[in-house]
Design a protein around this ligand. Sequence first.
Ligand SMILES: O=P(O)(O)OC[C@H]1O[C@H](OP(=O)(O)OP(=O)(O)O)[C@H](O)[C@@H]1O
Ligand code: HPA
Ligand SMILES: [Mg+2]
Length: 184
Amino acid sequence: MDRSDVSADLADILLTEQQLGERLDQMAAEIDADYRDQDLLLVGVLKGAVMVMADLARRLHHTVEMDWMAVSSYGSGTKSSGVVRILKDLDTDLTGRNVLIVEDIIDSGLTLSWLVSNLRSRGPRSVEIATMLRKPAAAKVEVDVRYVGFDIPSEFVVGYGLDYAEKYRNLPFVGTLAPHVYGG
Ligand SMILES: O=P(O)(O)OC[C@H]1O[C@H](OP(=O)(O)OP(=O)(O)O)[C@H](O)[C@@H]1O
Ligand code: HPA
Ligand SMILES: [Mg+2]
């Protein structure tokens, strides 16, 4: 098989590039309205949120700052370990800031619930979450999310920043993998 032919690895396309873009237009309009005349710091969670951060931020009419955190709970597998590690911390002091965490996906919720309480302890004015995807049926902890792109079924998905063993992040859409990919 041609290892560069990614379509052979996919079972289904769940959300097309166009669907993602249209939803981002709506989310950006809501965020612009909600934070009108207010300071806003976008915090992207590496690596998965790179695509949504770039596409959401450029749709905002707001003057924002952008910073990044790297945390990892999935390693190379398809299940959250539940143990969140900070691989890279923010450069920004959060005291008095309006923080909007930008994520690609909320699955078990473990990463975000840990991150929200971590950031809240740093004295911000507010902490809210924007996520492109959420799996409601997979939630192990409830996380209060202000902006959700799409609720999706509890299947492992890739693309638009989301990886399986570090691959498929560059797909412009969200899809599911064919079983042979997990088989190795
Ligand atoms: O709700 P949860 O079950 O905690 O899962 C969500 C988290 O898992 C993924 O990150 P991952 O640890 O795979 O790091 P990555 O973004 O570098 O791929 C994803 O980007 C979220 O941060
Ligand atoms: O479905 C998923 N795909 C990729 N990474 C993830 N991290 C949490 N859930 C997922
Ligand atoms: Mg990952």
